[in-house]
Ligand binder design. Structure first.
Ligand code: HEC
Length: 126
């Protein structure tokens, strides 16, 4: 019984570690260095060139959203009813934790719904 309890507690401790959300504060700094030139500090993007992240309907699909910084994005994409046909570079060389931090920030900034992104979720789309 003791062993089972110990095992259960250990498993719980590990799973809560594994599910640790990205750090939005760190993410904001990384965003300010790596994403802001195109998507802007307001998240509004630049009409006709860079799609918005603020209020973006693309973020509703969390897996798709996380995949963008990991793999980059090119070709036609529709964001909030406007079509873009451009290219975004990949940030796949960033550690999972950094992308989790950035995407946790993006998902919750500028009035976005707010969803935590974990390093495991980033690893899963690689
Ligand atoms: C050089 C400009 C540039 C940089 C830097 C950039 N993006 Fe993008 N991003 C784009 C473009 C252009 C698209 C649309 C690509 C297309 O048309 O296929 C896009 C699309 C997206 C999308 C999906 C569409 C949307 O608007 O929701 C997300 C999410 C995204 N970028 C996140 C990021 C994050 C996070 C970073 C920083 C790690 C970043 N981008 C850095 C240009 C950029």
């Amino acid at each position: 019984m003791k062993t089972i309890l110990l095992l259960a507690t250990t498993a719980l401790a590990f799973s809560s570690l594994a599910a640790q959300a990205g750090d939005a504060g760190k993410g904001e700094k990384l965003y300010g260095t790596h994403c802001v030139a195109c998507h802007q500090a307001t998240g509004a993007g630049i009409p006709g060139a860079f799609p918005p992240l603020a209020g973006s309907d693309y973020l509703a699909d969390k897996t798709a959203a996380i995949t963008v910084p990991v793999k980059g994005l090119q070709g036609k994409v529709t964001v909030n009813g406007t079509e873009y046909n451009s290219a975004m570079p990949a940030f796949g060389h960033f550690p999972d934790e950094d992308i989790a931090d950035i995407m946790t920030y993006v998902m919750g900034a500028w009035g976005n719904a707010g969803e935590d992104v974990t390093a495991e979720e980033v690893a899963a789309v690689r």
